[in-house]
Design a protein around this ligand. Structure first.
Ligand code: PEP
Ligand code: MN
Length: 337
């Protein structure tokens, strides 16, 4: 349930509603919009009655939210959320390009990647220091050393850092170096980890579980928002289907679906979505055309030498081509009015 306060409601009236919510055993979530203050009531709604709040002074309207996700829903917040990532905006028309290698491998590799990303117009640098690998014998990432190298790359290029956190106990450490904490597909339903990143004040990139429904995806985002962190960027990275020619099936349907159901920004990862280097450009363009708020791509100075995900990693030349095609596409989209 959300309670919409009148635009001229006083501080005391808002306090009174908040206290009533608490007294009834529910948790209030206050959102101070440009025009109106909205108070979300979190808890088991079946025990709530709209009339309890409708008669309180300063209350304009009470809307029950029937969907299981509340704070992420458009009913809770009509305007699309804009997230500020160390000066880079995403959402509501602000789109970002995130590029960089799958894993941070060494200093030369990540610095070169960052410089190429910057040169062709990426807004953020990606690179995994902690890697979730299917095989325990595969490279698991450089850990803290990788985080330090990412920091160095940021100092040189100014590009904010997106990097994955896999463990609840490592959230604080990763947050010291990262501008965006990535939650990988395998951890989308690691609820302890979601709660932990919900308690920090850094944006979170939440990747869709490889077999998660849209509702499950949004419920995972709800976990993060319900802990107080409203800066969540959703990421479609492909789902498991019967299709076996590509690594995954990139579900571009979720872009308009998320826009309809939620106010959160959504980006697309065509690298993991296809698993094939040559498919990254067409699927990136499709994602932008479908309304995505950005894309995240794996790019390496020498893609064939990538320690992880080489097959889907694009070259600097392909990245340059991608960026120029995105610009052309965006000009075309603008001309549609
Ligand atoms: C990654 O971004 O390198 C990664 C491991 O992604 P995902 O969790 O989507 O597989
Ligand atoms: Mn990867």
């Amino acid at each position: 349930m959300i309670i919409i306060m009148e635009s001229n409601s006083s501080h005391e009236q808002i306090e009174n509603v908040v206290n009533t919510v608490k007294k009834l055993g529910f948790r209030p979530h206050i959102s101070y919009g440009e025009e109106k203050t909205i108070i979300g009531v979190i808890g088991d709604e079946r025990q709530l009655n709209e009339s309890l709040f409708k008669s309180l002074p300063g209350v304009e309207n009470v809307i029950p939210i029937l969907k299981p996700y509340k704070l992420v829903s458009r009913e809770f917040k009509k305007e699309s959320t804009i997230i500020n990532i160390d000066g880079v905006l995403i959402g509501n028309g602000h789109r970002v390009i995130i590029a960089g290698p799958c894993s941070v491998e060494n200093e030369e590799q990540i610095i070169k990647s960052a410089k190429i990303a910057k040169k062709y117009g990426a807004n953020l640098l990606r690179g995994g220091a902690y890697k979730p690998r299917t095989s325990p014998y595969s490279f698991q990432g450089l850990g803290i050393e990788g985080l330090k190298l990412l920091q160095k790359a940021k100092q040189i290029t100014g590009l904010p850092i997106v990097t994955e956190v896999m463990e609840t106990s490592e959230v604080e450490e990763v947050a010291e170096f990262a501008d965006v904490l990535q939650i990988g597909t395998r951890n989308m339903q690691n609820y302890r980890l979601l709660k932990a990143v919900g308690k920090i004040n850094k944006p979170v990139l939440l990747k869709r579980g490889m077999s998660a429904t849209l509702q499950e995806f949004l419920m995972s985002a709800e976990y993060i928002l319900s802990e107080g962190n409203y800066n969540v960027i959703l990421c479609e990275r492909g789902i498991r289907t019967f299709v076996d020619y590509t690594r995954n099936t990139l579900d571009l349907n979720v872009i308009p679906a998320v826009k309809k159901l939620s106010h959160l920004p959504i980006i697309v990862d065509p690298s993991h979505g296809t698993g094939k280097r040559d498919f990254v450009i067409p699927l990136s363009l499709a994602a932008i055309a479908a309304g995505a708020d950005g894309i995240i791509v794996e790019m390496h100075p020498e893609p064939n030498k990538s320690i992880s995900d080489a097959d889907q990693t694009i070259s600097p030349e392909q990245f340059a081509e991608l960026m120029s095609k995105i610009k052309a596409l965006e000009n075309l989209i603008k001309s549609w009015g």
